[in-house]
Unconditional design. Structure first.
Length: 300
């Protein structure tokens, strides 16, 4: 396998945090920073914001392409952001074209959960035959799937939107525009609302201070039930469990696992199930974006 010719500029934009970095031909980080997504979300010109953000890094390290990892629903060709429930101004946005005009570089885009799964496949050496599922409990409920080591996008590019399957009896409107989405009750956003409005604590402390409360455990149970539904359908090799919520202090991982298994058939997939914690690496989405760019642009 030949070494690629230059560095890649990478940006991961989630509902809460924006991470950017520069990777060298061996996918080592030359630069990395984590900031709030709020300024990007509020920016009227997304292209200008990213251009200014990355200007110093580009001047220092160069770059052969720009690779984005986004908490967004996109078209199959990954050129248009249809919707980002936790970011403003992203509806039907032709972001790839906008950025290529500004940066004068090839631009690659992918869902953030997919780049995170790519990172885990490489780091944990899980490029085996079969299906690997990623469940990422963050601001929303993220989901990704690989088949024989390749990310599955679906026919239209909108596969694995586990957080937006309907929850029976729920009529609230989601940020995606649809009513009754599961992540309205099973996500980090739900926990943040409980922390602010009921428990009056920082969301980071909600499991430590109120982890045994029924409403808090219900959030975890709903996420587990969604995971069990997908596991029942696909019978995966393993499940990667990640996302910011799972890294919070006192996250009840054993309770999550128990709730998943209670909803699986006996003997399998209940007995065969492997749940592997995702790496606690802040650069996972950024390096995953670089791996995705290599795959799409055939840089190796």
């Amino acid at each position: 396998m030949r070494e690629r010719d230059g560095n890649i500029l990478c940006v991961e934009i989630g509902g809460t945090n924006l991470r950017w970095g520069v990777t060298d031909p061996n996918n080592h980080l030359l630069a990395f920073e984590k900031i709030s997504s709020a300024d990007f979300s509020e920016a009227g010109d997304k292209g200008a914001y990213l251009q200014q953000l990355l200007k110093p890094a580009r001047e220092r390290y160069g770059g052969i392409c720009l690779s984005l990892s986004l908490a967004s629903l996109m078209d199959r060709d990954r050129t248009i952001c249809y919707n980002s429930p936790n970011l403003k101004g992203m509806d039907h946005l032709p972001l790839k074209t906008m950025l290529e005009e500004r940066f004068r570089l090839p631009v690659v885009m992918e869902r953030d959960v997919n780049t995170s799964l790519l990172y885990e496949l490489r780091k944990q050496r899980l490029n085996a035959e079969g299906i690997v599922i990623g469940i990422f409990i963050g601001t929303g409920l993220g989901n990704a799937m690989s088949i024989d080591g390749k990310i599955y996008r679906g026919y239209t590019g909108s596969s694995c939107e586990l957080g937006h399957i309907p929850l029976y009896g729920l009529n609230e409107t989601c940020g995606c525009g649809k009513k009754g989405c599961l992540e309205l009750k099973g996500s980090g956003r739900t926990l943040a609302t409980l922390a602010e409005e009921k428990y009056h604590c920082a969301v980071e402390d909600i499991f430590t201070l109120h982890g045994e409360e029924a409403e808090v455990r219900e959030v975890v149970r709903i996420c587990a039930a969604a995971a069990a539904t997908e596991i029942t359908i696909l019978d995966p090799v393993c499940v990667i469990l990640g996302g910011g919520v799972t890294k919070m202090r006192a996250f009840p991982e054993e309770y999550f696992r128990k709730c998943v298994k209670e909803n699986l058939r006996i003997p399998n997939p209940r007995e065969s199930l492997r749940i592997i914690p995702a790496s606690d690496d802040p650069e996972a989405g950024v390096v995953g974006a670089a791996l995705n760019a290599e795959n799409i642009l055939a840089l190796r």
